[in-house]
Design a protein around this ligand. Sequence first.
Ligand SMILES: Nc1ncnc2c1ncn2[C@@H]1O[C@H](COP(=O)(O)OP(=O)(O)OP(=O)(O)O)[C@@H](O)[C@H]1O
Ligand SMILES: [Mg+2]
Length: 270
Amino acid sequence: MVHNEEELLRSLLQINHHLPRTATPLLVVANLSKRYGRMLAVDQLSFKVAGGEIVGLVGANGAGKTTVLRCCVGILRPTTGTITINGYDIVQQEQQAKQQLAFVPELPSLYPLLTVEEQIEFIVRTYGPLPPDFAERRRAMLQRFDLWSQRHKLTTNLSKGMRQKTAVVAAFLHGARVLLLDEPLIGIDPAGIRQLKELVLEARNEGCALLVSTHLLDTAERLCDRILMLQGGRKRAEGTLADLRQTLVRHENATLEEVFMELSAAQEPT
Ligand SMILES: Nc1ncnc2c1ncn2[C@@H]1O[C@H](COP(=O)(O)OP(=O)(O)OP(=O)(O)O)[C@@H](O)[C@H]1O
Ligand SMILES: [Mg+2]
């Protein structure tokens, strides 16, 4: 019997320890750089996310988090470097790569004249034929996110949080192996946040690779297996909280927020 969120998260975390991790990383970013005109937003960034792993992407406003995520999902073309999704190159093998991934953007763009149900079906169909149990699973997800009563509403009439939840439901319904979420917890109500955290842990326990950008460092600390910190488009730190603590002079029991503040204050090596 699960009594509270902490306990639930802990029980989900324990399940994961018994599962084998995928040997091959599902997301591989190698020497990624991205320029907007003369502005270098991401600079020679490399990292991997394995199956069964949640990596938290953190960094100040403008650090490059959204740019990295948009490159990973094929919305932006890298200036240099490569990105592979479950072995498929996002530029050279775009279609196969995109079939393996799901993305929840900062501001989901939905078709205004589709209902919530139709919008979700539309997104899932873009990845292939609907699974036979689609209607059932969509219903369960809509109920989970308290959207069932809104299912016939046009997306143009949704509140901000409802839009976010609709995008989340669609992203988690098409069997993606790699999930990329850009600030997914912003704008969602507490019950929705709890559901989303559970969903993220369930996906991890099923062997998915998850890359989640967030400014909520206490949540990142509890939810993520590893943290990737960006500063000015470069990797500032990467590892478990224990790894990151080691970079500090006084590191005992430092929270992720404390680590983040200290690393942010220290000048990045040039
Ligand atoms: N379309 C664009 N054209 C020009 N510059 C851009 C564009 N998009 C982002 N940038 C710049 O690239 C840098 C990285 O932006 P990005 O949106 O990736 O940051 P972020 O880490 O997601 O920030 P936030 O925490 O505010 O969401 C910033 O300096 C930003 O101004
Ligand atoms: Mg962003």
